[in-house]
Design a protein around this ligand. Structure first.
Ligand SMILES: [Zn+2]
Length: 399
């Protein structure tokens, strides 16, 4: 019988439900050849149909970053999304489930590009990605660093000055783009995306996610602060490069895309050698919906890692190897703590819903209002490693 605090995934590993390879994901006898975490984004069922068979054959786990609010939990009602049973199957196979937001909303900031007058009900923005959505009206916050205004967004379009948002009421204040005006979702929306996605996933019998993948790789100082509050790690703080195993800040992880467009064969081999030689932590982001990430590419990445002696593990296991503890204790769900023949109690999860905030450190220095755009700035881990590699694009595909 497992302890009440064992996670569902760990319980399944311990009971050898992980398949022929047996040792999947077990962190023991730590190698000094680096760690690789592979994260399949967006809840596409290619994680199940294309990636899982390869991972099983190779005997290595992965992570799936799912969009809780889009997941059809009970039946297949969408042509490509993983359903609840498939996600639980991935977890049964030793995969770790990660949150990719409640509805894949952009939690970053967008610059306001034209002057705003108090009576305006339309604001021009660099990208209208905070535009109207089917699930609900979202409130945005406009600021120049001194004054702020909030308004609901009821529409979005493109016109003579580029993209714009249509607001449900006048802005009420004036803003001059020369002052560095930005807009983002209000705090309650960002908090909701992070907190509610955890709750929804856990409510479907899956371990409450310890880790977060920013939709579109987009963040803001506030999103960073809140994600640090809710999650053990943010896997795509930066969207390129490798991480150190010592002195790691789990909320500022670099993530590298593993599709063919992001790493050609020689770059892949070079990166794997670096991970191994320098005992680095690599987080690879993957999208099975893209043509250049099929089973062959996945197998190639896994075999290259094995050739270099790199351990392929889940995010939580990689962080444990870096001596970073989970923010909250994973809680067994009813399917874990009880034998399968028992339905179990529904109160099992209550003990671990509040996390501690120790150990996160280092995120207090960001200035509110500073633009934090992924792909810019700190490419420390990648500098000199992949000189010609493209910067990950923030749009044109879901990061
Ligand atoms: Zn995405």
């Amino acid at each position: 019988m497992s302890s009440p605090q064992v996670s569902r995934r760990r319980f399944l590993q311990a009971t050898a439900a992980v398949g022929a390879a047996g040792s999947v994901g077990v962190v023991s006898g730590q190698s000094q050849n680096g760690k690789l975490v592979i994260i399949y984004d967006d809840g596409h069922d290619g994680a199940m149909s294309e990636a899982l068979p390869v991972h099983k054959e190779e005997g290595v786990p992965a992570c799936a970053a799912i969009v809780a609010g889009y997941t059809p939990w009970t039946r297949k009602d969408h042509d490509y999304r993983l359903v609840g049973d498939e996600i639980r199957t991935l977890e049964d196979e030793g995969w770790e489930i990660i949150s990719h937001g409640l509805y894949h909303r952009n939690l970053g900031e967008q610059p306001v590009t034209q002057p705003v007058a108090p009576e305006d009900e339309k604001i021009w923005v660099r990208d209208n990605i905070h535009g109207a959505f089917p699930d609900r009206e979202y409130e945005i916050r406009i600021t120049d660093g001194e004054k702020t205004a909030t308004a609901p967004v009821v529409g979005a379009n493109t016109g003579e000055n580029g993209d714009y948002l249509i607001l449900g009421k006048p802005v009420g204040k004036s803003f001059d783009p020369a002052d560095g005006v930005t807009e983002r979702f209000v705090e309650s929306e960002i908090r909701r995306s992070m907190e509610k996605s955890q709750e929804v996933i856990a409510s479907h019998g899956i371990d409450k996610p310890q880790h977060f993948v920013y939709p579109y790789g987009a963040r803001s100082p506030l999103a960073q602060e809140l994600a640090t509050e809710y999650y053990t790690s943010i896997t795509n703080y930066e969207v390129e490069g490798l991480n150190p195993m010592t002195g790691l800040n789990p909320h500022r992880l670099n993530r590298q895309q593993m599709e063919g467009r992001a790493l050609n064969e020689s770059e892949l081999a070079h990166m794997m050698a670096t991970i191994s030689d320098e005992n680095r932590l690599a987080v690879f982001g993957a999208h099975t919906q893209y043509d250049d990430l099929g089973p062959e590419r996945i197998r190639k990445v896994i075999r290259e890692a094995k050739y270099q002696g790199i351990d392929i593990v889940t995010m939580t296991e990689a962080l444990e190897a870096a001596e970073i503890k989970p923010k909250f204790q994973e809680t067994a769900t009813k399917t874990t703590t009880q034998p399968p023949t028992t339905t179990g109690s529904t109160t099992a999860g209550s003990a671990a819903t509040t996390g501690t905030t120790n150990g996160s450190g280092g995120d207090g220095g960001e200035q509110p209002g500073a633009s934090q755009l992924p792909g810019m700035g700190l490419l420390a881990g990648a500098a000199g490693l992949l000189g010609g590699a493209e910067l990950a694009r923030r749009r044109g595909g879901e990061d």
